[in-house]
Ligand binder design. Structure first.
Ligand code: NAD
Ligand code: MN
Length: 495
């Protein structure tokens, strides 16, 4: 581990020459317009590289390439076992490039390189293997249609899939969409967030190296209005898989309505409750998990941002949460000792700070609350906790997407459920209790796509992930992910 020192990562960063071009029809190309935009490192405010600024013309080229490749069958008609083999090669290449992928992720959006290196990138390789291994083990159905009838129900690839993703876990969000879509035989166009295009572009290189035919996977860096919107409105895109804010998610539904009724899958915002009952076995472990709200600078859609804690234990519990939050002090993302890095950019940092200012008016600040300057950048925020938060406060209702925890006390189980469910969101919920019956009651009562008992924010390729209500439509991960990228075909045969 010691070889991965601050000096090591700093040297790797100074040597890195990330690709900034788009990837269309099997080639790295500049935007048709020739335009580029500056890609900055939020932890230094320095320029990383210039990146292709794609627009409608590039969208048209990529969609045409994707369509051609899909119709030709170069990938869509390969056997699932062959598609599996290629994706398993990709997983090996991700392992091989673990250092550079972790580094690019950190430079691009400010997260601690060590966290990306030790958990996210290996998790990505694991995810790719899981999806690759699944695809040749999915059987179709035969309906019980009676003698003289064979009614087959098969899953077919949808066609051209566009993936539009955010910057908080750039490569994870990209592979959550693109890998099941590719495994199922679709052709894919990936539009990374403008803040974090680098690992998406690297993924194109690795898929090409693994042997994926030209046109099957394309990457279009650029801005939302110039690339995301034309993809959403395109008459020849069959499906959009989106992760991002609820506001933009809703726009994709209207893009679809205005164009070709393409299928739209949405993973959007959250304001996840974390309910801690007085009967919790290990309050210190629960407090440590409650403090993980600061992980990834709090830039996590499913972070446990509302700590709903029973009054009888609130003060003692909060003290422990504060103690476990302090080690998340922001630091240089290339320093392996840093538990928290920089916010993704100055604009987002300012937005988080304005929520903190609002919190100072509404509630009691008990930890942090300040913007921090490290070296040449002021895009850092202290881990921040507000006590005495009321259900109607802005900081209890709106997604902040920063290292900010709101603490709300409750008396009874019913009250906790009501508070937890009083949100437009429903992505994730946590419950800490040693009472098994209560755990089951809560899991039934909480309106969230995932309920974690005695844990927070668990994700795995094994289980579906996604939101109820305005947290989204559809589920990523698990075999259910293939439902997004396939459609059912019924064939009747009379004999
Ligand atoms: P965002 O909605 O602004 O951007 C997401 C993507 O949409 C980006 O690629 C962006 O360029 C694109 N986009 C922006 N405007 C667009 C437009 N008008 N038309 C088409 N595309 C457009 O979100 P963000 O700020 O990048 O990410 C933060 C949000 O993402 C948070 O709300 C967070 O909760 C959510 N998120 C959700 C999940 C999940 O799985 N539920 C995971 C991560 C992040
Ligand atoms: Mn960046």
């Amino acid at each position: 581990m010691s070889e991965y020192s601050l000096e090591f990562w700093t040297r790797r960063a100074s040597e890195a020459k990330p690709e900034g071009k788009a990837f269309i029809n099997g080639k790295f190309v500049p935007a048709t317009s020739g335009k580029t935009f500056k890609n900055n490192n939020p932890a230094t405010n320095g320029l990383i590289n210039m990146v292709a600024e794609c627009d409608q013309a590039d969208v048209d080229l990529a969609v045409a390439a994707a369509r051609r490749s899909f119709e030709s069958g170069v990938w869509s008609h390969r056997s699932p076992t062959e598609r599996k083999r290629l994706l398993l090669r990709l997983a090996d290449l991700i392992d091989r490039d673990r250092e550079i992928l972790a580094l690019l992720e950190s430079l691009d959006m400010g997260k601690p390189v060590q966290l990306s290196f030790s958990s996210e990138i290996p998790g990505v390789a694991n995810y790719v293997r899981w999806m690759a291994e699944a695809i040749d083990k999915l059987y179709d159905e035969i309906a019980p249609a009676g003698p003289g009838n064979l009614a087959m129900i098969r899953r077919e690839a949808i066609g051209v899939v566009a993936a539009v993703v955010p910057w908080n876990f750039p490569i994870d969000m990209a592979i959550w969409k693109c890998i099941p879509a590719l495994a199922a035989g679709n052709s894919v166009i990936l539009k990374p967030a403008e803040q974090s295009p680098l690992t998406a572009i690297h993924l194109a290189r690795l898929l090409a190296e693994a042997g994926l035919p030209a046109g099957v996977f394309n990457v279009l860096p650029g801005f939302g209005a110039a690339v995301g919107q034309p993809l959403g409105l395109h008459m020849d895109v069959d499906c959009v898989a989106f992760t991002g804010s609820t506001d933009i998610g809703k726009r994709f539904l209207s893009y679809s309505a205005q164009s070709n009724m393409k299928v739209v899958w949405l993973e959007c915002g959250g304001k996840s409750p974390n309910i801690v009952f007085e009967d919790t076995d290990d309050l210190d472990a629960a407090a440590e998990l409650a403090a993980s709200v600061h992980y990834n600078q709090g830039e996590i859609c499913s972070a446990p941002t509302r700590l709903i804690v029973q009054k009888s234990i609130k003060d003692a519990f909060l003290e422990r949460v504060i103690a476990h939050s302090k080690p998340y002090a922001p630091g240089n993302p290339l320093d392996p000792k840093s538990r928290m890095g920089a916010m993704v950019d100055a604009e987002h940092c300012g937005r988080v700070m304005s929520y903190i200012d609002r919190g100072r008016e509404e509630a009691n600040l008990v930890l942090g609350g300040n913007r921090v300057t490290i070296g040449s950048s002021s895009n850092f925020v202290e881990p921040t906790i507000f006590d005495g938060v009321d259900q109607n406060h802005v900081i209890a209702r709106e997604e902040i997407f920063g290292p900010v925890l709101s603490v709300l006390p409750f008396d009874t189980e019913d009250q906790a459920v009501r508070m937890a469910n009083d949100s437009i969101y429903g992505l994730m919920a946590s419950v800490f209790t040693s009472n098994l019956s209560r755990a089951h009651r809560m899991s039934g009562a909480l309106r969230a796509g995932t309920v974690a008992v005695n844990a927070v924010d668990l994700t795995s390729p094994l289980v579906p992930f996604g939101g109820m209500r305005q947290s989204g439509i559809g589920r990523d991960n698990s075999l259910h992910a293939f439902e997004k990228y396939t459609q059912l075909k019924t064939t009747w045969i009379k004999f």
